[in-house]
Write a new protein. Sequence first.
Length: 462
Amino acid sequence: MLAMSVCHECPLGLLLVPSLCKQLLGQEPSFEDLQFVPGLSDNGTSWYRSLCALLAHRRPELVKDDPSLVRLDAEAASEAVSGLEAVMPSRAEQVFQSLAAHVGVLTSDRQRWPEATEVVSRLLREASSDPQRELAADRSRDLLETINAELGSSSSYCSHRHLAAAAVVEDFCGCEEGPMTQALRQALRSLRWSLSGRQHDYGTEEASRVDTERRIEQLLEMLLGSESDDKALELQQVACERRPDDPPEQGPRLIGQAPQTFHTTLARASSRVDGPGLSDELTMENLEAFADALAMKALSQNLQPHLGRIVEEFRRVVPQRTQQSLTWQQVRDRISGRRLDPEAFVREWRDRTTYQSCSEADESVRLWWGYVSDRTAEELSRLFAWCTGFAAIPVTAWKFQIKVVDDVVRCPSINTCMTDDPSAANRGVKMPTIYLPAYDSQATLARKMEWAIAGASAMHLH
């Protein structure tokens, strides 16, 4: 898919990290690519930022464009390195961090609350260290506060069952057993235990954090009832339940009981970094070697054999001449397409449009662009994909054509195989064409477009 996207200049709407784009072209990733690795670059005190601060006086080219970074001199850097081991976060830790970040993204999208609940419940159940439990609890609090803020008190939950997130709402209000019932309740109870197990010093803790936890506790009380009622209900529910990770020779695991670990290497928080010039401990002499080995391990070795297979197939499909003519930035842009806000998106689309049997001033065309401009970002992306076959606006040459037809009974239709070459060769610039009936109102256009897109979706065309 990546290779076909590059060859045919058809963006997928996926923004790939630089290290992957470089390796698709046979180039090696660099140290600065570590800033995109989960578990290594999450905030201002991350591994990547710390290494930049330590290396600033030796390799200033790494941080020359970052005036906000604290640059340590040789003496301070040597003291900071003392006692550190040549290790990095394990793959399991990076996966955990990635899933936690994914929940953070899903929290803002109510359509994906069920998915967020499922993931966060698993994170809460499988967290194997205090930092992991803290991170999972934080993501749970964010999710619950967002749901509570958007849906209001429990008395109003039933009025929101028309939402795509109805499964979550049904679980909250107890209207019926939705597909997310077990996962959601597990997340809520795990969060309650996480909060109740903490030892608070309300005199020294940050006031806003304490207030957040108190509000979350109140929300849990509203959703689950009292803690004693919740425990009684839970014992009754799990008495005859099994979980996917229960070993076959044992009975079901009670909520709150830690899962057994059969592959201890997956529970490691850190992994050793090996390479030329490295030993068990870090020193100023081997710090640069550690940075290079860390980049290679995190961006390439840890992703094998899967990365190797992707690169192999990509280079097999993309012609050698094309590979040599492209930079990694161009590969990334061809796959991702342009990333524009809705207003700029519509403006670019209009600028690329030509007209046949009509003009931009015609009523049918004005109705069309009015309909397009009224779409949300998500609806606009879906509409553009239906009209062009592109998941995003390409960075390469393209056109769009509107041809008005008289038959107002039919739905709009699309030909995505056309180019601006009128000859039989059809080798010009890609020019998807919409055959737009001359409807009398935007309401009719919207209804017909809904039918057209739904028909294409039913046939798995988009």
